[in-house]
Design a protein around this ligand. Structure first.
Ligand code: ATP
Ligand code: MG
Length: 662
């Protein structure tokens, strides 16, 4: 339970270490451990000064800022007095530098159609669409909902909003009408941008129809712009509904970026809903833009010749920061793919990598677990030699899944960056820098320069705050709450319309610092290990166990594809360990159940041995692919109804799980 005191017991030990390949490190901007440490220490010694210097170098300023940071806990203002524009930094800045003919977006649609946009072309489209928005009365500060498939127009819509200072709220194009209406109303959106339909596994998903339903309950929305993606027949409300292509035909290409205050809101984005009802996270202009640009360059070791592919949908923060704002600010070539990983076949991703010579590939553990299940023969059919770096985000990665990724996809030559961050943090907070930091499977390794984490035990310090905290400190810290002690430019500026909830969720339980809501530990090499959500800790006979360690032990068994561990109330032990397991190929049986219990026992100890093992075909996940342990916990406890399911990917999973109960 989150209220109980004390630290988390770590039962897992991982000793494999993968130093950066020499050739990789030689070409890296940050190519030695000492360089990383020097940078981190310099940042920690003077955070505002460190970021101010980068802000002057990396962003275009219409007016310079006068103060780097004004901190009134929990409200941060970065680069006070300055005026900039994220759309300018992503587009015009490259045109100014004579780089307009470079590739910005390489796009592949699910049916196989492709398009390539240079920075000059993307700039032209964004300017036109920004004029379209203005033409329909959208003003600086207005909120615009975007409910679109992963097409270049989605990025164009985001950047056009940014250009005129409208605040976008991207809603994953798969959410229900109810979820759209909730978000429209919470943000008081004046417009929705959508498409007739989206391609998903060869079928047309009727987006416009869903938006029509949502608009019946969205009184603030005056206009709806519709991209013709699939050529589906749609219902039409004259005056309210407008075709994208009609408006674009008339629009002027001339639209200078509006100089915006550093703290002008850039977007609202609702969290994934893993732990409860989604929160509308607010991000602002300059700090966010700087943070995603620098973290993109550091973590992905950006090089001019790279083709960067982040598989996340723009409906998630990963798509905002590492499909759009980070890579485009850095002038990178970004690959964008519209559809499912298994359409028309389960080798689609490998085909894309081969076809477009992707060099950096960034995806989620949930996808990697699916690839493992689909078998290594598929990637082996393709030439993946263009890859030089791999990344993961979204959940902890089980060490055996990491090893598979390293071996089968990375050909044992590509470093893996396991990046820990959140919608709230705006960008990556902890990750190896691939040229400088030796990696360990399952660890997000080290904090990035300018990020000062501290693990505490339920409100009390495990390690006293040390103003001279240094990179490379090797004090081991047992599992506890992960907090961030200093503001950083990409941090959220609040929960939309709910200052009180913002203070409550992030700033009260661990006063004076940002509470991430995750548990973590630090090992004797100073590496960080995320141990799962604070609310998901298991308390077994007085020992506090983390979900990921038990799950990783299960996933290391060859029969297991995925596992989720939760606590179930137990009179004797306080909590018993209940696990839900999906299998690779094997059939469920009592023998296998016994074998898995024994396996966990030998891997990590008797304490963690599961009391119940349930086999299932799928686990409940958020739309962004994260396992929703809180729902499984309710099911394991035999509860009649479960918590907020608005972001659940597949509602039938819950029913199936219940009917599986003996
Ligand atoms: P909600 O806040 O609504 O419950 P959510 O936390 O899943 O949803 P996101 O902001 O999408 O919403 O996810 C951030 C969370 O994802 C982190 O707090 C952490 O639990 C998990 N996470 C992300 N990356 C990693 C990683 N590399 N290792 C371990 N966990 C990760
Ligand atoms: Mg969260």
């Amino acid at each position: 339970m989150s209220q109980s005191h004390g630290q988390l017991d770590s039962v897992m030990h991982e000793s494999r270490l993968f130093p950066p390949p020499a050739e990789f490190a030689t070409k890296s901007q940050i190519g030695t451990l000492e360089q990383y440490q020097e940078l981190w220490n310099r940042a920690a010694a003077d955070l505002p000064g460190f970021w101010a210097e980068l802000a002057r170098e990396e962003l275009h300023w219409f007016e310079p800022f006068t103060e780097a940071l004004r901190w009134n806990e929990p409200v941060a203002e970065w680069f006070v007095g300055g005026k900039t524009n994220a759309s300018y930094n992503c587009l015009d800045a490259h045109l100014d530098a004579g780089r307009g003919e470079r590739t910005a977006i390489i796009w592949e649609g699910e049916p196989g159609d492709t398009r390539t946009l240079t920075y000059a072309e993307l700039h032209r489209q964004v300017c036109k669409f920004a004029n379209v928005l203005k033409g329909l009365g959208v003003q600086q500060g207005d909120r615009v909902s975007i409910y679109m498939p992963m097409t270049p127009e989605l990025a164009i819509a985001m950047l056009a909003c940014a250009r005129i200072g409208a605040v976008h709220s991207v809603i994953f194009a798969g959410f229900s009408a109810e979820a759209i209406a909730d978000r429209n109303n919470d943000a008081e959106a004046v417009m929705v941008i959508t498409a007739d339909a989206a391609w998903r596994r060869g079928r047309a998903l009727p987006l416009k129809q869903t938006v029509d339903d949502a608009l019946k309950k969205s009184p603030t929305v005056k206009h709806c712009i519709v991209l013709d993606r699939v050529n589906e027949a749609v219902h039409w409300e004259p005056g309210r509904d407008h075709w994208w292509h009609d408006l674009m035909r008339e629009a002027s290409e001339d639209c200078p970026a509006t100089p915006l205050d550093s703290e002008a809101p850039l977007f609202i984005l609702y969290t994934s809903g893993s732990t409860g009802k989604p929160k509308g996270i607010k991000h602002t202009t300059a700090g966010y833009n700087l943070f995603v640009k620098k973290t993109f360059q550091w973590v992905f070791d950006h090089r001019d010749e790279d083709v960067f592919w982040c598989t996340a949908d723009c409906g998630w923060v990963t798509g905002h920061s590492y499909v759009v704002y980070g890579p485009l600010s850095a002038g990178a070539a970004v690959l964008m793919y519209e559809g499912a990983p298994n359409h028309p076949a389960q080798n689609r991703f490998w085909e894309i990598i081969e076809r477009h010579k992707v060099s950096v590939f960034y995806t989620a553990p949930t996808a990697i677990r699916a690839f493992i299940k689909w078998g290594e023969d598929l990637p082996k059919m393709h030439d993946l030699s263009s890859l030089r770096l791999l990344g993961t985000v979204g959940e902890g990665i089980n060490p055996e899944a990491w090893m598979w990724y390293h071996r089968v996809i990375g050909g044992e030559r590509c470093p893996i960056v396991d990046t820990w961050w959140q919608t709230e943090t705006g960008g990556i907070m902890m990750s190896p820098l691939p040229g400088a930091i030796a990696t360990k499977p399952g660890s997000c390794c080290v904090p990035l320069p300018g990020v000062v984490p501290k693990i505490i035990s339920s409100g009390a310090d495990l390690v006293a705050d040390d103003p001279k905290q240094q990179a490379g400190d090797k004090t081991e810290v047992p599992g506890g709450w992960l907090t961030i002690t200093q503001p950083w430019p990409g941090m959220l500026r609040g929960i939309w319309g709910d200052d009180e909830r913002y203070r409550e969720v992030y700033w009260t339980k661990a006063p004076g610092r940002y509470l991430a809501g995750d548990n973590a530990r630090r090992d004797a090499d100073g590496y960080y290990w995320i141990m799962g959500r604070i609310d998901d800790v298991l308390n077994v006979s007085g020992h506090r166990l983390s979900t990921i360690e038990i799950e990783s032990a299960l996933v290391s068994h060859p029969a297991v594809a995925e596992a989720a561990a939760v606590g179930r109330p137990d009179e004797l032990k306080g909590e018993a360990v209940a696990v839900f397991v999906t299998l690779r190929n094997s059939a469920p049986s009592d023998e296998l159940r016994q074998e898995l219990k024994q396996h966990v026992r030998t891997q990590i100890g008797a304490l963690a041995q599961p009391d119940d093992i349930r086999f299932t075909n799928s686990l409940p996940k958020t739309r962004s692919g994260k396992i929703m342990r809180r729902l499984l916990k309710d099911i394991a406890a035999g509860k009649e109804s479960v918590g907020d399911t608005s972001t659940l990917e597949d509602y039938t999973v819950l029913a199936t799980l219940r009917s599986d109960e003996e």
